[in-house]
Design a protein around this ligand. Structure first.
Ligand code: ZN
Length: 264
């Protein structure tokens, strides 16, 4: 079976539902860490139209998720942001202001505030999430060494505010569920090793679905909540786009491995 299609995504949601998970948008999730809840976080890096399809599917299944939009035109498409918000999903800001401002903290913060105000014209944004481009020299989170997003009525930044002792994290970065080896920034140090040791490591979506359907699997027996990040641009039933993502990501993973080796 082809992975990273809307068909496999639907199977994942249904398996989570059958396993008894409640679905919470990001803004509510933070207050329920350690409970049987799951948050579906979507980073709209590219091809915003794909995110609308994911959002419609979730809506059909009675599930609310969270969509993080970037300021770049491939992501920032007002009609799509509005349509996704209208389906009842949470909207947040996928920020990369440090890269845009080329490391100038003051300029980056001014840009952040401006863009936050812009996204708040669509939705009362309360959560943010860093866009971790592997090719950028800057870590977006460095902004928060100088400034405090809580003063802007932001309640949660997932890399900084979640307690990973109570939250198990899965991400499709690298177009697999075990891409932490090729990810420069989208990973949770220390806890990741512990999860692998406990058998909480998955490659394909079907492996997660099978674990969710097996009462004795480590995934079913764990006490953590679940945070799942996906990039909807790679989840598609259209063969051409699907193949393009597969080939593109394989090439990107080679480059990312190289980057990681260079940084060591
Ligand atoms: Zn991103």
């Amino acid at each position: 079976m082809k992975d990273f299609t809307l068909i496999s995504y639907r199977r994942l949601i249904l398996a989570l539902k059958d396993a008894g998970y409640a679905f919470l948008p990001r803004v509510e999730f933070a207050n329920h860490q350690g409970e049987k809840v799951v948050c579906l976080r979507h980073d709209v890096d590219l091809r915003a139209a794909n995110s609308l399809r994911t959002a419609q599917l979730e809506h059909e299944l009675g599930v609310r998720a969270t969509y993080y939009f970037r300021v770049v035109p491939e992501s920032n498409q007002p009609d799509i942001i509005r349509a996704i918000a209208d389906l009842g999903h949470e909207i947040g800001y996928h920020y990369e202001d440090m890269s845009i401002a080329d490391g100038n903290v003051q300029a980056a913060y001014a840009h952040f505030c401006e863009q936050l105000a812009y996204f708040r014209t669509f939705y009362p944004v309360r959560t943010i999430c860093m866009h971790g481009a592997p090719t950028s020299r800057y870590d977006g989170r460095d902004l928060w060494r100088t400034f405090d997003y809580h003063s802007l009525d932001i309640t949660c930044e997932p890399y900084l505010d979640l307690d990973y002792a109570r939250v198990f994290y899965l991400t499709d970065t690298g177009r697999s569920w075990d891409g932490y080896n090729v990810s420069v920034r989208d990973k949770i140090p220390v806890y990741q090793d512990e999860w692998i040791r406990r058998g909480l490591a998955f490659h394909s979506t079907e492996q997660i679905v099978n674990a969710l359907r097996d009462e004795h699997s480590p995934l079913r027996l764990m006490s953590e909540s679940v945070l799942i990040t996906t990039h909807p641009q790679r989840w598609t039933d259209q063969s051409g786009l699907w193949l393009r993502e597969l080939l593109l990501q394989s090439a990107k993973n080679v480059v990312k491995r190289l980057l990681i080796r260079l940084r060591k």
